[in-house]
Write a protein that binds this ligand. Sequence first.
Ligand SMILES: Cc1cc2nc3c(=O)[nH]c(=O)nc-3n(C[C@H](O)[C@H](O)[C@H](O)COP(=O)(O)OP(=O)(O)OC[C@H]3O[C@@H](n4cnc5c(N)ncnc54)[C@H](O)[C@@H]3O)c2cc1C
Length: 493
Amino acid sequence: MDTTDVVIAGAGPTGLMLACELRTLGLEVAVLDALPGRTGESRAGGIHARTMEVLDQRGLLDGMLAQGDPRQVGHFAGIPVDFSDYATRYPFTLVIPQSLIERELESRAAELGVTVQWDAPVARYRQDAYGVEVEIGGSNGIRRMRAAYLVGCDGGRSAVRKLAGIDFAGTEATMTGMLADVELADPPAEQFFGHRRGMGDFSAVQLQPGWYRLVVQRHDLVLERGATVTFDEFRANFTEIAGTDLGMHSPRWVSHYGDAARHADRYRAGRVFLAGDAAHIHYPAGGQGLNLGVQDAVNLGWKLAAALRDGADDDLLDTYESERRPVAARVLHNTRAQTALSRPGPHTDALRDIMSDLITLDDIRHRIGLMITALDIDYDTASDHPLAGRRVPDVDLVTADGPSRVHELLRPARPILLRLDNTSPIPDESNGHFDAVLASSHATHWPVPGVGDIPRPAALLIRPDGYTAWATDDPTATPPDTFRNSLTPTATH
Ligand SMILES: Cc1cc2nc3c(=O)[nH]c(=O)nc-3n(C[C@H](O)[C@H](O)[C@H](O)COP(=O)(O)OP(=O)(O)OC[C@H]3O[C@@H](n4cnc5c(N)ncnc54)[C@H](O)[C@@H]3O)c2cc1C
């Protein structure tokens, strides 16, 4: 029987990101997918600021920036939200098809020695105190693989979740969205988004040169999950709501979605974890799902590595659910609100008018936009410094090796103790728990989204996923042992 450290079920963005994280940390992984090969389909059409930061932390962003189209205005239920003054290097949404994101992640995974095993659905598993034995189906018959952990990144209908007996409760679909990626004989003079008319709304957004994503949403129709929509049906629905078909032709892909919102009641069953759509599904408003999955993966990856390589306390693995489940719950909540704000009729029109007015106020625009972009995530930590639990700002630094910036230091996915007080030499205080870096930052104040500008700290302990575990304004302070213990060394570099 083949053995590996971690079996990942699903080669979507979540599974691929997790594979890259685990390989960067030196673990062996097997990525299995039920499909015969990559489809090239793109449900998601963009990524937000925090996901771009997370990708940048691993040197994965440049290729995507080169292929994407930055747009400074996002939206909440189709109401524009200006992101341009958010305190991040990426104050925009990057419009980029999911297929290109997957291609970038898959090629990084390949560089790190992982090739996706297609036609390899996880069919069953059983676990004991030491590991998980996974039964893999596919056209070549049944085979088995043993691993220390199994992670279900196998999408909304997750077999891993069902096999683990994890409940997936939530709310049923109340509407239907249909989408088609097409060429247009009569493209609109300007792209448009969420034009409301009759029982629905419609959009036309250019995804790539010459290629448009048309969407029509209807609140008088709920399609079955397994239903198919033909191009002719899409055209008829779009024309009925929009009053034109824009000369659509040559469809690449036609699909549909709903606003069902479901959440796994646990993210962990012993040695089995869920991440991405396997753990949460929701209305795609605001384009948050892929972002959530990629960030789930980055939260889980270093914790699995710490548990496997360094015998980190099992409690560290439990923090995956306690940190990430509330983040997804908030997305389900805001997407339900967006469905309500999208319903047709004069009452919703009035509510939208009021919301559109409120969203011009900076405080409200920031509150909503920081939630959509996930820049304001605030994990629980025992440190009471304003940076603690927040994603570390990507400020410019000067280190002994020359100019750098905070997120660049995170490329090897190692915990870092960053000392910014250069009046005394850095003591050897890490004992292998983290890499100690002495640097200077010219910025006297650091901007923290959702908090404001804070004085530059004297030192901070940064987790591999880019969140601050501990920070201090006292140049003589060192991280308490509790923080060292939860950042056990990975020692693979
Ligand atoms: C219309 C639409 C627009 C969207 N737009 C956005 C957007 O702009 N931004 C955004 O962030 N999100 C968006 N999303 C959501 C986004 O597409 C998903 O959240 C994302 O694909 C989830 O990634 P994942 O890897 O978790 O799951 P998936 O992408 O669903 O991948 C799961 C993989 O698991 C495989 N699998 C299934 N069963 C098994 C099994 N038994 N064993 C092994 N493998 C298995 C599947 O073949 C698949 O490859 C949108 C969704 C829709 C429907």
